[in-house]
Design a protein around this ligand. Sequence first.
Ligand SMILES: [Zn+2]
Length: 320
Amino acid sequence: MKESCIPLPPIDYPDGVTTIDVAYVRSGFAASHLIVENGYAAFIDTGTSLSVPLLLKVLAEKGISREKVTHVMPTHVHLDHAGGAGALMQEFPNAFLVAHPRGGRHMIDPAKLIAGTVAVYGEEKTQKLYGTIVPVPEKRVLIAEDESRIDFHGRSLLFLDAPGHARHHYCVIDESTNSVFSGDNFGISYREFDNENGAFIFPTTTPVQFDPEAMRKTLDRLLSYNPQAVYLTHFGPVTNIEKLGSDLRNCLDQFTEMALDLKQEGKAQQDSLASGVQQILRDRLKKHNCQLPESLQDELLAFDYQLNAQGIKVWLDRLD
Ligand SMILES: [Zn+2]
């Protein structure tokens, strides 16, 4: 994992949404989405504390004052989505943080999030990757129950409880534009793989709460709104949603079948699961007619091979 990278320039879309690269892991890997409506602004997912200056810069370039930011919406409390939320809230005196019912307490007291991260990366690396994780005052936190709505200055945002990737995950349906902000529940699609066949997409099965059955249900629920676009945190908007939804379902089936087969053979260790994920994605990229050399495919996906395998392993172990 690289500790710094040069972010891609922000991209504006006609529905008042801007995709901002938060410069996490590599460029084009993780995004925050800025929504502007009637002069007011909101961020969906924030990157880490180290991403905050990038988000403030885009806001300033658009001539929007910090007082006009009214909502910060981390889809779930994983640090690439919510790590910067506390630091960002300090910059926006009028903003509320909109949290999932299971996520709010971790934003108010991030001690557990920090301890979990330090346990994986150690003190020094945690600081380098995530900066200082800042708590959010309780009175500034709104809890978004399933099917609750926020009137974002005339733009209706509907919140759905969205387990599958994590139990503290919501997705946001932007009812005014018929689009979805999916966090990590409509997979990962890196723009480097776009070609004449469209986008290449695959599910994110990150630890520790990956649940394939819940992910399928969440997918069905998101698709039931027939969105014209889905904004992914990894990375940016995709269209042709019905086709991508079926790609995600197929790929999820392949991941779980591969894992259950390995388990039956007594070979469901991290290394073999990661190779299994790699093989599935390589085969799918071939079918996608991807012309990038395999070494570059691996470079772009190496982080996900490992992380997806870890999440699948935790799920398998829970089945016992
Ligand atoms: Zn993520």
